[in-house]
Design a protein around this ligand. Structure first.
Ligand code: TXA
Ligand code: MG
Length: 338
């Protein structure tokens, strides 16, 4: 039975991830076409979707998230042809990346077609496009039949959601409907490649292997570290402090975590590759595989926040490029907050 003093909740509909129920998808599509906001599972994180051509609905996304107006949104479409229709020019490079990685956790930034009505571009001449792989997201996009802009479904600057309950906790009734597809398989946001310049540039690391991207886009500029404050800004949304839990987060080598455990008197948690002997605190052991860390990271941070810890210590990830996506999110989660 529902208590009377609970915070208002959006409608949450559970959907089978591999074989999404067509009635639930149709309801969500109607909601979006009617100007509503629908949070839906993608393979990366949950998105907060609105009809890209509906200026009022897109403005509601910005209000719901408290998102700065200078931060543009990704237009999600059902196939590469629909992405091409939003682009002023679809290069061979774009086609090759689309063929290799779509549907999947890759976003491409291209010059926007003059006639394309996609709001949420923040005044830029470009548009970011993605064809997600999750069957729920694809079914929804097909049912809507038009581009859906969707940022991650979290308050701006906070942890991205990888479960429906994270969306409900973060945004509550600011969302009209949540399509609950369970935990996201990839767990961190898509890799963003900017194709609008002379050479392709990796603006945001995801889980796609840089070598695999370079096999298709040999000139791709990418480094293990995205820009920090004061450096050239690659993407309007890549704020140094982002993806932050409520707790203060530090990224540290194991030995230093052990010292923190001894010295810190308050409630605390740690996320490590192997267990650290020590009786106090909440410990989450994620092992040695970067894809497991990506899949679990936000979920563990959400759950440590829900336990009310004041500090979270995370073991420094290996320097190997396979860890760049996880390392990037951790660096931002640990950055000083404005
Ligand atoms: O995996 C994802 O990409 C998820 C799911 C829902 O698809 N979406 C997501 O959206 O992470 P959001 O809004 O949280 O992050 C989008 C990123 C931001 O850093 C934004 O600044 C950048 O993409 N972006 C969007 N449009 C851009 C553009 N035209 N030029 C450069 N960067 C852009
Ligand atoms: Mg986001």
């Amino acid at each position: 039975m529902e208590g009377t003093n609970q915070a208002p909740r959006p409608r949450v509909v559970a959907v089978d991830t591999t074989d999404p129920d067509s009635r639930a998808i149709a309801e969500a599509a109607r909601c979006i076409l009617g100007g509503g906001l629908v949070a839906f599972a993608t393979e990366t994180v949950y998105g907060l979707g609105a009809l890209a051509s509906d200026a009022d609905a897109v403005a509601r996304i910005y209000r719901a998230k408290g998102r700065p107006a200078h931060n543009p949104l990704i237009a999600h479409v059902a196939d590469a042809a629909a992405a091409r229709a939003l682009a002023a020019h679809w290069s061979e490079g774009a086609e090759a990346l689309a063929r290799a990685f779509w549907p999947g956790p890759l976003t491409l930034v291209v010059e926007r077609a003059p006639g394309a009505v996609v709001h949420g571009h923040a005044g830029l001449s470009t548009v970011a496009v993605r064809v997600p792989a999750a069957p729920i997201a694809l079914a929804l996009l097909r049912a809507v039949g038009a581009p859906v802009v969707a940022p991650s479904a979290n308050p701006s600057g906070r942890l991205s959601p990888t479960r429906a309950e994270h969306v409900v906790r973060g945004l509550g009734e600011r969302v009209d409907l949540v399509l609950d597809g369970g935990p996201c398989a990839v767990g961190i946001e898509s890799s963003v490649v900017d194709l609008s310049g002379r050479t392709p540039r990796l603006l945001r690391h995801g889980t796609l292997d840089v070598a695999a991207l370079r096999a298709v886009a040999p000139e791709l500029e990418a480094s293990g570290r995205a820009p920090l404050p004061g450096e050239a800004r690659g993407s309007p949304g890549l704020d140094p402090s982002h993806y932050a839990p409520r707790a203060v987060l530090e990224v540290l080598p194991r030995a230093q975590i052990a010292a923190r455990i001894r010295d810190f008197p308050g409630p605390h948690g740690r996320i490590v590759r192997e267990s650290i002997a020590g009786t106090t605190g909440h410990e989450r052991v994620l092992g040695d595989r970067p894809e497991v860390w990506a899949q679990r990271l936000y979920d563990e941070l959400h759950s440590l926040d829900a336990l009310g810890v004041e500090r979270v210590w995370v073991e420094t990830p290996p320097a190997d490029p396979a860890w760049w996506g996880v390392a990037d999110r951790l660096r931002r989660a640990a950055a000083p907050r404005p």
